[in-house]
Design a protein around this ligand. Structure first.
Ligand code: C2O
Ligand code: CU
Length: 467
């Protein structure tokens, strides 16, 4: 059913509070949180029935974590939902037992404590379901949320903060004539919704002040990538600064007027509305690469309604030319350690990596990087029109090269470290990463969740060196 654009305000996810916090004898702070996976209803269409969802603490997206770097967290997840569940904190160097391994899932009424060290640099990460073969369904019905690690050392940069620091989590869904969600279950190629949501609300508007904002963009869609731009009333694209990606702040900001972002990726941007008092700007989506299904309004994302007054002028200065002088680049290496083809078919599965489906438990460990090694992996798009955002757990990636397809690495892809990189048809991308600090078995996969559920996932084992 048609949905009136820009009819409701942008929801801001509620910040979850710890149940309790302890200080250990050696001075560490550990916070304890609880999350319940549960079914609930949410009114999306004002004139139709409510939609049934299954999310974290009755919210979709789930509550937002805002954690100071170095504060350790224990999150107790109780599964009161109808299906099995596993939680992955995407973008954190979790230890393997708490990484949300796809077969380490909770049946209904089971619970698990997840422990996260949160010691890496400040970054916008997210938590979402990772259960074998039902990740797409679980994430789509609501099991995904934002998790922000805030590094107090960043405060000196005076970037927009507080109400001016806003997550924008994009997803696409489809509703039936009763206002309920159409399930993506059973799709094996892609799932494209006809309704674009930001923070769970279709095509919202946001009242903004004529000043700078920091937006933390997330692509939480199953199969839809975006090419985002912000259009002013004259029809021109407004330039903005990209300041961070998956693994935190860039060395220096990158100016652009459009941003390609695929499933699983995050980018942080600073947009200045100072010149647009009393105007309405629109965030648009121009991503139309092969195998993307577009609908009437999937080229639109949200609207910014710019007011006339600034209530708080702090943190509104120029974006510093140096953001993070200490990006933790991996040591250079030119030898390719592994080549992985993201391809159709093999072993009866529709999608595979090097012909091996994740269901082939005897063969799915495709790499054994020694703990602490830097490895160069070559990721190849091996045919078909679908795009594959490749996500490697545990590590922070440097996107080194891209050949075929677009032919080059975009400036904002190489200005910082990432954990997910887009592979378009015809492309080969090389990524360099430090495999550590922990040993253990971790997944890597396509973040088109339909592909992931249909076996385009494998594992690597960071292997302890023998004495
Ligand atoms: Cu965002 Cu393995 O996932
Ligand atoms: Cu894919």
């Amino acid at each position: 059913p048609a949905y009136t654009l820009y009819q409701a305000p942008l929801p801001i996810p509620e910040v979850i509070q710890p149940d309790f916090s302890i200080t250990t004898k050696d001075g560490r702070t550990v916070q304890s949180y609880s999350i319940t996976i549960e079914q609930f209803t949410k009114q999306i269409y004002p004139d139709l029935g409510a939609a049934t969802m299954v999310g974290y603490n009755g919210q979709a997206p789930g509550p937002m974590f805002r954690i100071d770097r170095g504060v350790e967290t224990v999150v107790r997840v109780l599964n009161k939902g109808p299906r099995n569940a596993a939680v992955h904190l995407h973008g954190s160097y979790n230890h393997a037992p708490w990484d949300g391994w796809a077969n380490d899932d909770m049946a209904p009424n089971q619970w698990k404590d997840y422990y996260y060290p949160n010691l890496e640099s400040g970054r916008s990460i997210w938590y979402h379901d990772h259960t074998d073969e039902i990740t797409a369904v679980n994430a789509y019905f609501g099991q995904a949320g934002t998790y922000i690690i805030h590094d107090p050392a960043e405060d000196a940069l005076a970037l927009p903060a507080g109400d001016y620091d806003v997550p924008l989590a994009l997803s696409d869904k489809t509703y039936d004539a009763n206002g309920d969600l159409v399930s993506p279950a059973g799709n094996t190629f892609n799932f494209f919704g006809d309704t674009i949501h930001v923070n769970g609300q279709p095509w919202p508007y946001m009242n903004v002040e004529p000043r700078k904002y920091r937006f933390r963009l997330y692509d939480m869609s199953l199969s839809r990538a975006y090419d985002l731009r912000i259009q002013n009333p004259a029809g021109n694209s407004v330039p903005f600064k990209v300041i961070a990606s998956d693994s935190g702040l860039f060395g220096s900001p990158v100016s652009t007027s459009n941003l390609v972002m695929s499933m699983g990726e995050r980018y942080e941007i600073v947009v200045d509305f100072a010149n647009f008092k009393g105007k309405k700007l629109t965030m648009l989506n121009g991503f139309t690469a092969a195998a993307t299904t577009s609908f009437a309004n999937t080229d639109k994302v949200m609207q910014f309604v710019v007011g006339n007054t600034v209530s708080d002028t702090s943190n509104n200065g120029a974006v510093p030319g140096t953001l993070n002088p200490n990006v933790d680049w991996p040591a250079p290496r030119t030898t390719v350690d592994h080549t992985f083809s993201f391809q159709l078919g093999g072993g009866g599965a529709q999608w595979t990596i090097n012909g091996v489906p994740f269901s082939d438990a005897n063969n799915r460990v495709l790499a054994k990087p020694p703990q602490g090694a830097v490895e160069l992996w070559e990721l190849r798009h091996a045919g078909g029109p679908a795009v594959h955002p490749v996500h490697i757990h545990l590590v922070n990636l440097q996107v080194v090269s891209r050949t075929g397809g677009r032919g080059s690495v975009l400036p904002y892809e190489s200005a910082g470290l990432k954990d997910t990189v887009l592979l378009e048809p015809g492309e080969t991308v090389r990524v360099l990463a430090f495999y550590g600090p922990w040993d253990g078995l971790f997944m890597f996969h396509c973040h088109n969740l339909i592909h992931e559920d249909n076996a385009m996932m494998a594992a690597f084992n960071v292997t302890l060196l023998e004495e």
